[in-house]
Each structure stands twice: as C-alpha cells, then as structure tokens.
Design a protein around this ligand. Structure first.
Ligand code: SUG
Length: 446
C-alpha cells in the first residue's frame, strides 16, 4: 500500500513573542525583549505549508495552544478574575507570565515522537507527546498536545497515544527533534534513530559543560519500549557535548535525515562512524547514503547561525530530494556556497528551496522545527481528521483568520494586556470551528 510522509506544521499562535526563555538556544537568548510580529510569523509559516502543498507534498496543520495559559498561572497561586491573574503575574513574576504566554508549541518537531505502523509491534502508528520538561514554558504543552493528537488521529484501530514520559530531568524528552526514521519506502519497516544529549543514570558519562542537554538516553529507551519497536531496528546515538555547548540544543540543528539519506555535520555525534555503520546495517532493502559536512566545509558556528541542518529533506517520486532551508542560509556566505555545490554532488539532494521564516528563526525555530513528520499509509491517512490537511481553501481560510485576529506587534509589556487574552481565545475558538476540531482548549471546557 502506498505510504506518505505527512508534515504537520504548527500554526504560530497570536502571542508569538521574544522572551529569551531558552537558555542554550542562541537565537532565543540574543533576541530577548525584541518586538515580535505574530501576524507576520503566522503568515510566513502558512506560506511554507502552502508552497509544499503546491509542490505535491502531503501537508497538515496543528493548531496553537491557549496562551497566556491562565490555568498555569492559577496553578501557581495567582487568583481573582483572569485580568487580575495577569496583572498580578506581571508585577510579581514577569518571567512566569512570559512562560505562560509563549507561542512555543509552533515548533511541532518537539510536540511528540511518532513511530509509523510499519515499525511497531501492533501495527499501529504510535504517538508520545514530549514532556519538554527542560524549559518551564515548554513543559506546559504536552497535555494539550496529547489531546490535539488524539483528536486528529482518533481511530483506535490505527493509532495509539501515550501520555508524555514522567516529567523529571532524567526522562527529559524533546520529541521528534531528536528522532529520525530511515527507510527504503515510507510504508516499509525502517530504522528509528534516537539522539540524546546525556545519560541520566551513568556516572561520569559525557555531558555538555555549559548548556543543558535536554534529551536523555533513558527517555529514548522508554519511547522505543512504549512504541513496541524492535531492537534490531533501533539505533541510539549521543550528540557531541561540545556541539551542545556551541548552541546545538536539539539534534535537528545539526542533522536531518529522510528515507535513506542522512545529511549531517562532522561534529554532530560521538562515534559518528559507528553510528553510520549501525544505521546502515539495520536498514532493510537499501543502503544508507551519508552526506557529511566537514569542519572544513563549514564550522559548527556557521551551521548554528544559518540553521542549514534545520532543513526539511523531502522526497520526490523520482527519488530526488529537495532541501527546504531558511533564508538565513543565503545570508551566511560559507553556507550559501556550500548549498550551491551540494546540488552538484553525487547525492539524491538536487534542489534547494528557501523560505523566509525570520519571525520563528529569531526564537531558534527553522523549517524543520516547525513540522512534525507522520508517515501514514493510505488507510491511516483516510482515518485521520481531514480538516487539518492543507488545501487551497484551508490556506485561504487560515490567512483570512490570521489577518482578522492577529496583532502585528507584541512587546514584553503587552503580555499583561487582558485584551490579548480575549483576542487569543476569540481567535482559537473560531479556529476550532474552522478546522472542525471540537473543544480542545481549557477555556472551551469552562
Ligand atoms: O525550545 N524556542 C524553542 C525553539 C525550538 C526549536 N525546535 C527544534 N529545534 N526542533 C526552544 O528553545 C524560545 C522562546 C522564547 O525565548 O521566547 C523557544 O522556546
């Protein structure tokens, strides 16, 4: 049966802002307190979705979450009306208000880990929402993420959902940003590749010195067990600790894989050669094509600055691949030159497509951060919620919706504005009707 990779992009929420909440994420730290433009951010994201849909790729959209999260603020002891809760948080704990207001769920590569049915013991597609417990503002995403995924993939004959792993640092999990699947065809059994930043339970194991390693080996193993993956087709690899300290807070900032291709930087993994050999050995029906970028080609610093590896590697029917990169790749000369030579090399990557995603990029989110990949066969695709799949009409409706509800500037002080909460809820309520999702947000449940 034909199977596809469907990319589900996160729709940027109405509170998109720059609060510098992600220590270890260079862009987030360096753009703190800048004025954001949520309208532009959402339109940039939608443009990418529409362009990939127009190119014939399967594209879906995931709705943003309710922000500011009054629920979070109340759980931390703020009381009174919703406006009073906001006002009090702004005075007493502005950082907590910023965390409760972040639109960070737009980076759906961190929403969950997904294992296609061809890889799992029970033949279902498995989803585990990521606990994202390394950062306060992201740790509040997973409950709603699970609810949204259960709503979209709601047929128990085909889909299995697991709640996030226990939210402690030993099981820190950042979802698909650290997970790649290699295969011959999407519908055939593949190799699931889990990348972690540290081991929680082994003393003196290598770990970064400056920045946090958000993902643990123990979390990866837990997910592989939950999803019923065969150990014969799972590979674990550790990120180089120095690379995390250079700003590579997720593996998808230094490597991207699709089908039988792994595009990666020399400094991505500890024991690179072993890792490549193991993936190749476990891969059925094809051989791994490693496309390594060396230090000589490009420094890790330029990779972080440009987000070259936070690209989407997309397969065409004829076997060739397109690399979807952020515009910043054309602004860093070493990267731009590398891209020009890449398409002439003997690899399946034959085309580069550039997108302006600056609003998201300034928070450290490139093309790959904005999408969650779900490989589905035809039956599974038909069993999912159809109204979140991109079409000319859905695109038109969403652009109109953004134009109607979103602000074109948000500065840090605006987060305390009670009308931002009302605007956000009004917009989300209309969105759930537009996408026929029913009640998925706390405010809709009363
Ligand atoms: O978790 N930035 C996100 C970016 C996530 C990128 N995702 C992937 N690499 N897959 C993060 O660090 C910044 C929010 C702020 O500072 O306001 C933020 O959360």
């Amino acid at each position: 049966m034909t199977a596809y990779e469907v990319n589900f992009d996160g729709l940027v929420g109405p509170t998109h802002n720059y609060s510098g909440l992600s220590y270890g994420n260079v862009a987030s730290e360096s753009n703190v307190k800048q004025t954001s433009n949520p309208k532009e951010a959402a339109l940039q994201g939608l443009e990418k979705m529409k362009a990939l849909h127009d190119l014939g790729f399967k594209q879906g959209v995931l709705p943003p979450q309710e922000r500011p999260s009054i629920e979070t603020l109340r759980a931390l002891g703020f009381t009174g009306s919703d406006s009073e809760v906001l006002a009090s948080a702004a005075v007493h704990e502005p950082v907590v208000l910023a965390a409760a207001s972040s639109a960070s769920c737009m980076w759906t590569a961190n929403a969950a880990t997904v294992s296609p049915s061809a890889d799992t013991q029970d033949g279902k597609v498995h989803f585990t929402a990521a606990n994202l417990n390394a950062k306060v503002h992201r740790s509040i995403e997973h409950e709603t993420t699970t609810r949204i995924l259960e709503t979209i993939f709601n047929d128990p004959n085909h889909f299995a959902h697991h709640p996030a792993l226990p939210a402690v640092s030993q099981f820190g999990d950042e979802g698909a940003a650290n997970h790649t699947r290699f295969c011959n065809e999407y519908g055939e059994a593949g190799v699931e590749f889990f990348v972690y930043g540290r081991e929680a339970f082994r003393e003196n194991a290598p770990a970064p010195k400056k920045y946090p390693a958000r993902q643990t080996l123990e979390a990866c193993r837990g997910i592989a067990r939950l999803h019923g993956l065969s150990q014969d087709r799972v590979v674990y690899a550790q990120q180089k600790p120095e690379t995390i300290d250079a700003g590579v807070f997720h593996n998808d900032v230094i490597a991207v894989g699709n089908r039988n291709v792994l595009f990666y930087h020399e400094e991505a993994f500890l024991n690179s050669n072993q890792v490549i050999e193991e993936i190749d050995r476990k891969l059925l029906g094809t051989s791994l094509v490693p496309v390594m970028v060396s230090n000589q080609d490009l420094s890790v610093q330029d990779a972080v600055r440009s987000y070259l590896f936070n690209s989407q590697l997309l397969s065409h029917d004829d076997g060739y691949m397109t690399l979807v990169v952020p515009h910043e790749c054309r602004e860093v000369p070493s990267v731009s030159n590398y891209l020009d030579s890449l398409v002439t090399m003997n690899t399946p990557i034959k085309q580069v497509k550039v997108f302006d995603l600056k609003q998201s990029m300034q928070n450290g989110g490139g093309p790959a951060c904005l999408r969650l990949r779900v490989a589905l066969n035809e039956t599974e695709l038909a069993a999912g919620h159809q109204n979140v799949l991109m079409s000319d009409q859905v695109y038109k409706d969403l652009v109109t919706w953004v134009e109607k509800h979103y602000r074109d500037r948000i500065s840090p002080e605006d987060l305390a504005d009670p009308s931002l909460l009302v605007e956000s809820r009004t917009a989300l309520d209309e969105l759930t009707q537009l996408l026929k999702l029913g009640s998925i947000y706390p405010f809709q449940k009363g």
